[in-house]
Write a new protein. Structure first.
Lengths: 197, 481
């Protein structure tokens, strides 16, 4: 049977494949050029690292109908205000620590990673730390040696990962900064440390 | 041609001799993947098991890295396998190709040993260069990244140059461009940034544009070759289908990348773009099912290699269900808000990687062993009625479907209890993880994982023995023209 119809011909589909692929790729490049400035550090969606000098809350937004991070009054991390460079250095140490300790193969960050341990996106704001007064100390102690702390009834324990005091401070700074990113309402229905449980 | 039924490298052309080396490493890593998967699955049930020695993070990293590397080895092997036949020309730089194989394999071995025995480093860039980059799927340290890029570039030039000197077919054209894109995209994952939104933006370029775009086109090329080989479908038909696949796959998959940009800080317009295009991603997979099943039916399933044909059909359906249906189920942002980062993702990941990729590489293993034994009979009437390959096929597929469904049940519990009711807190996470339904899912996953392992052992046994001492030559594929 001769297939002479244009829609069944090899050359039509070859051309279609080339144009569709090229077109999609160009569209992706254009979208990327629009997105990258919007998620660069210091943008509206992804605040500057010095945001760790401020109180961060996660509040319901009436117009968007999701929770969004709200940056409030001054509340420096570990009681010490840092300038932009110092803040970046501390958050960088924290991010490097999360990578070199392989956090992502148990935890999720922004929902990506492994599912053996809780998500870290808004962990700075989690009620798990008790009250805001003890949060920083609790987090530091936990990160440095979680192995002897019974943290849940599942029996899963985070191992001791030889994290130094400075690295632990970096991790806390990184987590505080990450909680300020506008994630379009993820995670949903989150009850933060400031709310009644 | 050497004696039928004997494993003799004289039966293989130059590219195929190199291909079987890649296939051998691929099978070993496949085994490692299963082993470390079982270990990490067991840690869900017995958290103290290997605690402080081989923690979950290590086992899980080896599990997913072995997966990525064995599939890449399977692809490289498949490309070298079909290269000389397709181009009708000898591989131009076979010696270099062999050298690169050894370099790559040595690098992979070192990376795995460092993962297992060094595991973690201090919070410095040097740790990312030497030990582990700490980014899911592309954990390989930076020195290995550079080695991988150099190696695959050599493979690329080898393939492109061989096709240029010989015959440049439609499959060749798609394959060469796809390999260039596949390897080029890897570069997007090779830098450090403190900004985690930018980090994950480019990280997804690698992960998504591999598994939901360039890898899919890679297996479409292998499928085209496989159908010609096994069924004798005409080149005109498979190449036309290949172009349709490429148009649909890249047309939906490239912008489908947007479904990873819902929650990482990226703007809200990705909801519509990601939701719409990723919802189209199953279409090419349906097309592939139609293509494969129609062509098999048109020839009354008469083919020269029953196990390979069965695995090609398993690929068509596995790709459609695993990547297509299981992906579609949670791709829209309205549901993804509740499922993102739960066992849903693990459920989808398992069926998709197996259905789309593992299956078709196993089909290539069978084509490989058939030729290696001198082109023996592998149609009906095998000794023992071919029970080994049939049971391996059944156990591997049933084991995988069982694991997938188990994890999906656990995922339902998580999205309901942890996300919807408890509000995504750590306590919500713990509440879901100890729920009996969740725990049952994790148990069944382990049970089906063991079934999968038994299937794998049978598969290896079958690959080592099928066609041994066989005196009948292979059934020729029914030719069309």
């Amino acid at each position: 049977m001769a297939t002479s119809q244009w829609w069944a011909s090899e050359s039509f589909w070859r051309k279609t494949a080339i144009w569709v692929t090229g077109g999609s790729f160009v569209a992706l490049i254009l979208l990327t050029m629009d997105t990258i400035p919007q998620i660069s550090t210091g943008s509206k969606r992804v605040p500057a690292y010095s945001v760790i000098n401020y109180r961060i809350s996660y509040k319901f937004d009436e117009t968007r109908h999701v929770q969004v991070p709200v940056i409030g009054a001054k509340e420096p991390l570990f009681g010490k205000e840092l300038n932009e460079e110092e803040a970046e250095a501390l958050v960088k140490l924290g991010k490097l620590t999360t990578q070199s300790k392989n956090c992502m193969n148990c935890h999720t960050l922004l929902g990506n990673g492994a599912y053996y341990a809780p998500d870290l996106t808004k962990s700075w704001l989690d009620q798990y730390w008790g009250t805001k007064e003890v949060r920083e100390v609790q987090m530091l102690e936990f990160i440095k040696d979680p192995s002897d702390k019974l943290h849940n009834s599942m029996g899963r324990r985070m191992p001791k990962l030889e994290i130094t005091d400075e690295e632990a401070r970096g991790v806390v700074a990184f987590l505080k900064w990450m909680s300020s990113i506008d994630t379009n309402g993820f995670p949903y229905n989150f009850k933060s440390i400031e709310q009644e449980s | 041609m050497a004696t039928l039924g004997m494993l003799d490298s004289a039966n293989l052309n130059g590219g195929q001799k190199l291909a079987v080396k890649y296939f051998t490493v691929a099978i070993v890593l496949f085994g490692a993947q299963i082993l470390f998967g079982l270990l990490s699955g067991l840690q869900y049930l017995y958290p103290d098991f290997l605690y402080g020695m081989l923690d979950f993070s290590v086992n899980r990293m080896v599990h997913i890295n072995a997966l990525v590397v064995w599939l890449l080895y399977g692809f490289l092997g498949s490309v070298y396998w079909l290269l000389e036949e397709e181009s009708q020309h000898e591989v131009v730089g076979l010696k270099l190709g062999n050298l690169i194989y050894w370099v790559l394999t040595a690098a992979v071995t070192i990376v795995v040993l460092v993962y297992l025995f060094v595991q973690i480093g201090p919070g410095k860039e040097s740790s990312l260069w030497l030990i582990n980059e700490g980014r899911e799927y592309i954990e390989a340290p930076r020195w290995a990244d550079i080695g991988i890029v150099v190696s695959v570039l050599v493979v690329f030039f080898n393939v492109a140059a061989t096709f240029s000197k010989g015959r440049y077919t439609g499959i060749a054209g798609v394959l060469v461009l796809d390999m260039l894109a596949l390897f080029g995209i890897y570069l997007a994952g090779m830098f450090y940034t403190t900004n985690i939104s930018i980090d994950q933006y480019w990280w997804w370029w690698v992960i998504h544009l591999w598994v939901e775009a360039t890898w899919e086109v890679m297996v479409a090329c292998i499928m085209a070759y496989g159908l010609m080989k096994v069924l004798g479908v005409s080149r005109k038909i498979v190449e036309t289908w290949l172009y349709i696949e490429v148009a649909l796959m890249f047309g939906s998959g490239i912008l489908g990348l947007g479904h990873h940009y819902f929650w990482i800080g990226t703007p809200e317009y990705w909801f519509s773009i990601g939701g719409f295009f990723s919802a189209l991603e199953p279409i090419p997979l349906v097309a592939m099912v139609v293509h494969a099943v129609f062509d098999a039916g048109a020839r009354h399933a008469k083919n020269s290699n029953h196990p390979a044909m069965a695995w090609l059909i398993a690929h068509a359906f596995g790709n459609f269900f695993g990547a297509g249906v299981w992906g579609f189920m949670h791709t829209l942002p309205q549901i993804n808000l509740y499922t993102h980062g739960t066992q849903w993702s693990a459920s989808h990941g398992h069926l998709a990687f197996f259905g789309a990729y593992a299956t078709i590489i196993i089909a290539m293993f069978y084509l490989g062993i058939q030729r290696w034994r001198g082109g023996t009979w592998m149609s009906g009437d095998l000794p023992g009625n071919g029970w080994k390959w049939k049971w391996a096929l059944g156990l591997l597929n049933l084991g995988m479907v069982g694991m997938t469904v188990s994890m999906l049940v656990s995922g339902y519990v998580q999205s309901q209890i942890e996300r919807a009711i408890e509000g995504s807190t750590w306590m919500g996470y713990f509440a879901a993880q100890i729920h009996p339904w969740f725990v049952q899912g994790m148990w069944w996953r382990e049970v089906f994982g063991v079934m999968f392992l038994v299937g794998f052992i049978l598969l290896v046994w079958d690959l080592l023995t099928i066609g041994k001492g066989e005196s009948r030559a292979m059934q020729p594929a029914v030719s069309e023209n």
